[in-house]
Each structure stands twice: as structure tokens, then as C-alpha cells.
Design a protein around this ligand. Structure first.
Ligand SMILES: NC(=O)c1ccc[n+]([C@@H]2O[C@H](COP(=O)([O-])OP(=O)(O)OC[C@H]3O[C@@H](n4cnc5c(N)ncnc54)[C@H](O)[C@@H]3O)[C@@H](O)[C@H]2O)c1
Length: 356
């Protein structure tokens, strides 16, 4: 079985490559290290590409841009993958406004290139698209909230288990990133509904793990841990640092993707996050990281929140669990942070060793 993974050097892409390689699939990874172009040298994912090349037996890297339409059509025609997992993206809410063409061409047009390539060459192959909870724009902020000592929480009991896929994506501020991801999300649904292809959109909350190249503009926990270990100031943007994210380890994302590929459906959407059990506010994340690393977190507070930033976002996982009862969260938030800390410590030691 052949799997095509776009964004294969990134957090989710690399986890998916490893997961499927372990169960005997041939892996075709597609990535052009665009993350470094988006975020500078700290964002590079080349190290992750090299690891995949060194550690996975049956892995082939394709240095290709998802915006390269004829390149994508040709590659998918040659490989005819048995499944496609599309994780390549401009992933930052805040970065998009400075690079609107690159953002839309990558997120929306790149996704269309892949969908059409799949329709022409392998229409029966499951197509999994990494979408985002930013498709709901800032509408989650309209849910009544209560302020607790270290976090905001939903005051409306209907939302205790989080936000479901029924939530409206209309009449809200999305950021240009959210808008380009909405375009891709709707197109992925349409290829499912109109052409009957086995497609799904995974609307991610905070996806995280030790293989994230965290930068200030993307990869909240990974970047926060780096700041903690390097004793650098982390900047908190508004909401008193009590904004809540639900965090899911990339392994649990890969496990869900494997479940969908084994029993695909058409034109589905799922909210994919860590749920209430893996949620934390920034202040709570500071405390957890401090406990694990033994270092005090340095931070400054900026009054103004990021445009359209969620105050409290928790994914309701009921639909995922109803469609795939074998699936559940297996990695706790604490374990995830432990792994991120250990991996960042190793990277720092390697960098120091190279300098020495
Ligand atoms: N990490 C999160 O918290 C989060 C949350 C919600 C949704 N998502 C979505 O999940 C997906 C994966 O996120 P991630 O955190 O693994 O991102 P990532 O930045 O770690 O990985 C994305 C990879 O795609 C590559 N890429 C970017 N543009 C490309 C292009 N034009 N052509 C080829 N390759 C390109 C990058 O070089 C990078 O290696 C994205 O679609 C993102 O929007 C992520």
C-alpha cells in the first residue's frame, strides 16, 4: 500500500509517515521546507525530513510545492497512492495577513490541486485533509464564558464537552488564514459530496508533540517549552493569559487518520483536539512546564489579544468517537509536555555539542 503525505517534514506529516511505515506502507513524503520561508530559520523542518530518510525503510522524499499544479498532477498520476494525507499548509493565523497570496495559494489552491489530482488518478483512495478550528472564526468567542482563577471556561452548560461540528462557520472574523482554510475545507467536502470521493476534513484544535518546529507565530506548546528552557520571555497576548486550548498529541492524530483510511466515509468533517481532559490555559501551561522542567517561566503580558484569537476553545470529540469507537485520546497533556521538554533538551544539547 502506498501513502502520499504532503507536509511530510512537519509535525503531523512526519508522525503520519512514521505511523504508516510501521504497519508496512510505502511512504511518499512531499515537502519543500516552506515552513522556513514562512517563519525563518527557527521554522525549518529539514531535520525532520533527514530523520525520516534515515529511520524509515521505505520512504521517498519529493521536493515539491503543492502550488505547482502540473508537478502535483504528474506525481499523483505516477504514484497512484492508496491514500493521501494532506498536511502541507501555511499554518499561522497571524502570518497570513503579511503574505495573503502565498497563504491562499498554498492553503486553498494547493488543496484543490491535490483533490483534482486524486480525482483524475486515484478517486477511490481516501483523502484526509488537515483543516483547523479557525474555520469557525472568532464565533466561539460569542459563547457565554465565566472567568475562573486560571482560565476562562464556558458558562453555558451545552458547551461543557466542547464545540461540535454543527457550530456555524458564518458571520465571524476568520483571519486570512481562517478564510483560506475554509475555502480548502469546503472544497474537500465538495469532492466528497459532488464526486462521491472518500474525503474528510479534520478541524484541529492545538496539535502538538515533540516533532514540532515551534515558533512564536505557530506551535504554542512547543514554542512555550523552548522559551522556558532557554529562559527567554514568552509573550502572552491578551485575555489575561487565561485563554484555553485543547491539545492533542500528533500520535493520536495519526491514529485517527489510520482509522478513517481503514473505514472511510464521504465528505465528512470532524473536530479534532484533545478535548476537555487535555485542555489548558496559557497560565496553566506555564505551571505544568515549570513543574516538569524545574525552570521558572519568564513572560511578558501584551494587553492586545491576537485578532480573532479564541478565548476558550475545546473540541467536542463525540462525533469522532461515535464514528470510530476504537479511537480515543491516549496521550495525556502532561505526558505530551514531558516529551516536548525531553526533545527540546536533547536538541539544545546537540546544538551545544556542535558548537563545542
Ligand atoms: N499544529 C497545530 O496546532 C494545528 C492546529 C490546527 C490545524 N493545523 C493544520 O494541520 C496541518 C499540519 O500542521 P503542522 O502543525 O504539522 O504544520 P507544520 O508547519 O509543522 O508542517 C507543515 C509542513 O508543510 C510544508 N509546506 C508548507 N507549505 C508547503 C508547500 N507550499 N508545498 C509543500 N510543502 C509545504 C512545511 O514545510 C512543513 O514541513 C496544517 O494544515 C495546519 O493548518 C495545525
Amino acid at each position: 500500500m502506498k501513502l502520499l503525505v504532503t507536509g511530510s517534514s512537519g509535525l503531523i506529516g512526519s508522525e503520519v509517515c512514521r505511523y504508516f511505515a510501521q504497519v508496512g506502507w510505502t511512504i511518499h513524503g512531499l515537502d519543500n521546507n516552506q515552513r522556513e520561508v514562512f517563519f525563518g530559520p527557527q521554522g525549518t523542518t529539514r531535520w525532520n525530513q533527514r530523520r525520516l530518510e534515515a529511520e524509515l525503510g521505505d520512504f521517498q522524499h519529493h521536493e515539491l510545492d503543492v502550488r505547482d499544479r502540473s508537478g502535483i498532477l504528474g506525481l499523483v498520476e505516477r504514484i497512484k497512492p492508496d491514500a493521501i494525507v494532506h498536511t502541507a499548509a501555511q499554518p499561522s493565523h497571524d502570518r497570513a495577513a503579511a503574505i495573503p497570496f502565498d497563504d491562499f495559494d498554498t492553503n486553498a489552491v494547493g488543496t484543490l490541486n491535490l483533490l483534482e489530482a486524486a480525482r483524475r488518478s486515484c478517486p477511490a483512495s481516501p483523502f484526509v485533509h488537515m483543516s483547523t478550528n479557525k474555520v469557525y472564526g472568532d464565533r466561539p468567542n460569542s459563547i457565554a464564558l465565566k472567568e475562573l482563577e486560571t482560565r476562562w471556561d464556558y458558562a453555558d452548560p451545552d458547551y461543557y464537552d466542547g464545540i461540535s461540528e454543527e457550530f456555524s462557520i458564518d458571520a465571524s472574523t476568520h483571519s486570512l488564514f481562517g478564510a483560506s482554510k475554509v475555502a480548502a475545507d469546503v472544497m474537500v467536502q465538495e469532492y466528497g459530496r459532488y464526486f462521491g470521493m472518500p474525503t474528510c476534513c479534520l478541524r484541529g484544535g492545538c496539535l502538538t508533540g515533540p516533532n514540532h518546529a515551534g515558533v512564536e507565530l505557530h506551535g504554542f506548546l512547543s514554542y512555550l517549552v523552548k522559551c522556558n528552557l532557554e529562559e527567554k520571555e514568552y509573550r502572552v497576548f491578551g485575555y489575561k493569559g487565561k485563554q484555553v486550548r485543547d491539545n492533542i498529541h500528533s500520535l493520536d492524530v495519526a491514529r485517527f487518520i489510520a482509522g478513517f483510511i481503514a473505514a472511510p466515509r464521504s465528505g465528512e468533517v470532524y473536530n479534532l483536539g484533545g478535548g476537555r481532559q487535555n485542555s489548558c490555559s496559557i497560565l496553566e501551561a506555564f505551571a505544568l512546564v515549570e513543574r516538569i522542567s524545574g525552570k521558572a517561566q519568564r513572560y511578558t503580558y501584551v494587553d492586545e489579544n491576537r485578532v480573532g484569537d479564541h478565548i476558550c476553545y475545546i473540541s467536542n470529540l463525540a462525533k469522532m468517537k461515535a464514528h470510530f469507537p476504537q479511537w480515543d485520546i491516549t496521550v495525556s497533556l502532561e505526558e505530551t509536555i514531558r516529551q516536548i521538554v525531553a526533545s527540546a533538551q536533547l536538541q539544545m544539547a546537540e546544538t551545544a555539542g556542535n558548537r563545542g
